[in-house]
Design a protein around this ligand. Sequence first.
Ligand SMILES: [Ca+2]
Ligand SMILES: [Ca+2]
Ligand SMILES: [Ca+2]
Length: 236
Amino acid sequence: MIQPFKCLLFGAGILFILLAGCHSGPDVVPEDQSHPIPDTDAHALFALLPSDSTHITFNNQLTEGLNTNVLMYEYFYNGGGVAVGDMNGDGLQDVYFTGNMTENRLYLNKGHLQFEDITAAAGVAGRPGPWKTGVAIADVNGDGRPDIFVCYSGRLPGTKRLKQLFINEGNDTRGIPHFSEQAAQYGIVDSSYTTQAYFFDYDRDGDLDLLLLNHKHGRHHETAGPSLRCPSLPER
Ligand SMILES: [Ca+2]
Ligand SMILES: [Ca+2]
Ligand SMILES: [Ca+2]
């Protein structure tokens, strides 16, 4: 009769210790007190500028439907990209956006955080429709002018996933850069399912090479993992 009573006391003791260990002591500071949020934005490192001020109205709008939703395409919310570069060489950084289902946009930096949509004039809208993903800006042909490489993916015919390389052909009299699509000329016609592209000099020969970050599609196994392209560049 004594042994069960001892076990009961032992169990009660363990339970007391556990409960005591779980209580919030004075050394536990609630998160909202240890990192108080300032009452004002006076200490904020960044300020959100409205689009009616910057004139950057790009919106990566996704339109859901019977065949366009995350159940039909698990990567529905993947994609859309942004890249920054001085496309017209005026010392101000310009911004290029890709839209999954919407048109890409190139905004020219006019200074004082004001931008102008020059997509049509520059000729960099890209292929209409889905599914644009990442974008990279690099001087692919080494002529001193930054170029634009747009990635595509999606459960689509391969021709709609062909990546696009927009070569910068220089400014017009208004200072607006003009581009022409030359992926085929540069030997980088590619229909893999690409999330992002990176240009770097892999073989150290002075020319930029291209790394594509691809993913394997559920029903199509034509590509898996990254692929590396060392394009044969046209004569400069
Ligand atoms: Ca610029
Ligand atoms: Ca270039
Ligand atoms: Ca190289």
